[in-house]
Design a protein around this ligand. Structure first.
Ligand code: B4P
Length: 193
């Protein structure tokens, strides 16, 4: 199986590139952001609780997102692989993901990080906020808080995957196709290891 963690700060292009990778490699796309937004849309209790945190740019509790990923892994027993987009975001989530995959004799193939400067990230997210309807993309203070949360709580995961020799970082600046080409090269290399 090919199990890729697509990593990077908010707005780095994870969701955008995941959609392209899914087509190319026949993977199941698991985005915790998308799963949470669909809970919000359906007005579930989980969604209502998550919305308050997401609108402020804060992380949703680990147990909630781990539970969602567990359900999706169980629902796709015949998948050729997964692309994890926006998950894990904390060390606890990374450990839980390793445990869930170990239970089915699987593991993460590679974490690939998209590197983009903060000024470009803020610009991209505010641009998307003009028509995405996402409250967390519309307020510059919330966008900046999301970048801070990433630095404070998520960026450290590089070390987690580096210590397993599974970390690669690529330049996420450039056209969507240029970034995709870089990503595809990294995945090709990861498959050959
Ligand atoms: P996410 O949905 O994961 O959103 P995101 O980090 O903003 O990235 P996204 O994937 O959507 O954007 P992309 O970079 O593709 O998280 C939202 C919230 O959910 C979090 O703040 C948190 O509250 C909660 N949450 C989610 N997962 C969680 C977890 N595991 N634990 C706890 N809480 C969790 O694209 C951004 C924009 O850039 C797009 O408009 C795109 O068109 C544009 N773009 C992409 N590539 C570009 C390029 N190369 N050039 C120019 N523009 C580009």
């Amino acid at each position: 199986m090919l199990n890729i963690v697509l990593f990077g700060p908010p707005g780095a292009g994870k969701g955008t590139q995941s959609k392209k990778l899914v087509n190319e490699y026949n993977l199941v796309h698991l985005s915790t952001g998308d799963l949470l937004r669909s809970e919000i849309k359906e007005g579930t209790e989980l969604g209502l609780r998550a919305k308050v945190l997401m609108d402020e740019g804060r992380l949703v509790p680990d147990e909630v997102v781990i539970g969602m990923i567990r359900n999706k892994l169980n629902a796709n027993p015949n998948a050729e692989g997964f692309i994890f987009d926006g998950f894990p975001r904390t060390e606890k989530q990374a450990e839980a993901l390793d445990n869930l995959l170990t239970e089915v004799n699987e593991s993460i193939t590679r974490m690939i990080a998209l590197e983009v400067e903060d000024a470009e990230l803020v610009e991209r997210l505010l641009e998307r906020g003009k028509d995405s309807g996402r409250a967390d993309d519309q307020d510059e203070n919330v966008v900046k808080n999301r970048l801070k949360v990433y630095q404070d709580e998520t960026a450290i995961l590089k070390n987690y995957y580096q210590s397993q020799s599974k970390f690669t970082s690529i330049n996420g600046f450039g056209s969507i196709d240029e970034v995709f080409e870089r990503l595809s090269n990294s995945i090709r290399a990861a498959k050959e290891v």
